[in-house]
Ligand binder design. Structure first.
Ligand code: ZN
Length: 255
C-alpha cells in the first residue's frame, strides 16, 4: 500500500551562512525553510517534524536566547503549524503519529500541538535534548520538551516499517544528533526520502559533507551514504529539509 498524499507545510525561514550548514561551506547567506511534512495514510495522519516554536514570532530572543540574533527569522502568524494543518483540511487533533527527525530548536517547536499523538524518535535523542553538550546547548530549547515528558514516545534504535505495508519507512540515520532519523514515503506516483537534518544542503549530499555541530561526524557520513544509496536503489527523490532549492523545486502537495 502507499501513502495517499503528502503536503510540505511552510514554517519559519531562517537566514544563515552556508558555513554553518556544511564543512566547506562559504559565507554566502541562505534563506532556509523550516517545513513540516504532513502525510495522509489510510491508517492515519502522520507528521514529520514540527518546525520552530511559534513563540519566536513575537519574542525570538526571549524564547530562543541569543541565537535568535545570529539567525534572523522570517515567520508570520498565518504560517504556524496548527494553521497550516487547518489549511489543508485537518485539525491538529487528527494527527495520529508525529515523527521527530531530531530535537534541534527548528524541528521540535510544535510538539505540544499534539498531546494525544504517538511520537516516534531515534534512540538516545531525548536524553540528549534534555542535556546536550555545552558547546551546542544553544540548539536545544528545554521548554519545547518539558511539557512532553508524559507523552507517548516510542524510541527506536533501528528502522521500522511504520504500518507494515512499505508506505512509511522510519530510517535510523544518526550522526547529526544521537537519534537523527529520516523517513521514506511511498506515494502513488513517487517515493520521497525526507532527510530531516541527516544532511543540510544538496552540496553536502554530493560531497558527503558533515556540519559543524554534528555530534558524531563519522556516523553522520555513514548516514549520508545510506541516504544516497537508498535514493539510487529505490528511485527515491531526496528532500533535504533546509535546502532552499528543494523547497523551491519540489511540489508542496504530492499524490
Ligand atoms: Zn534543522
Amino acid at each position: 500500500m502507499n501513502a495517499r498524499k503528502m503536503w510540505a507545510l511552510p514554517g519559519a525561514e531562517l537566514t544563515a551562512p552556508a558555513s554553518l550548514l556544511m564543512h566547506g561551506g562559504d559565507a554566502t547567506l541562505l534563506q532556509l525553510p523550516c517545513p513540516s511534512f504532513l502525510i495522509e495514510h489510510p491508517k492515519g495522519l502522520v507528521l514529520f517534524d514540527t518546525g520552530c516554536n511559534a513563540k519566536i514570532i513575537d519574542d525570538a530572543v526571549g524564547y530562543w536566547g541569543q541565537i535568535a540574533q545570529a539567525l534572523p527569522i522570517k515567520w508570520s502568524k498565518t504560517e504556524t503549524l496548527d494553521r497550516q494543518i487547518e489549511g489543508v483540511g485537518y485539525k491538529t487533533s487528527n494527527v495520529k503519529y508525529v515523527i521527530l527527525s531530531h530535537s534541534h530548536l527548528d524541528h521540535s517547536g510544535g510538539l505540544t500541538y499534539f498531546p494525544n499523538a504517538k511520537f516516534l524518535v531515534g534512540a538516545h535523542e531525548l536524553q540528549y535534548a534534555y542535556w546536550p553538550d555545552p558547546d551546542r546547548r544553544w540548539a536545544f530549547i528545554l521548554n519545547d520538551f518539558l511539557p512532553t515528558r508524559g507523552y507517548d514516545w516510542l524510541e527506536l534504535d533501528h528502522d521500522i516499517d511504520l504500518f507494515g505495508d512499505g508506505a512509511l519507512q522510519f530510517l535510523y540515520t544518526p550522526g547529526h544528533t544521537p537519534g537523527e532519523c529520516s523517513l521514506l514515503v511511498s506515494l502513488p506516483n513517487r517515493r520521497i526520502l525526507l532527510t530531516g537534518d541527516t544532511v543540510h544542503l544538496r552540496a553536502a549530499l554530493n560531497q558527503e559533507a558533515t556540519m559543524p555541530i554534528d555530534t558524531d561526524p563519522i556516523t553522520a557520513v555513514r548516514s549520508i551514504k545510506r541516504i544516497k544509496a537508498i535514493r539510487d536503489m529505490q528511485d527515491a527523490t531526496v528532500w533535504i529539509t533546509h535546502d532552499p532549492d528543494d523547497w523551491k523545486e519540489h511540489p508542496h502537495r504530492i499524490e
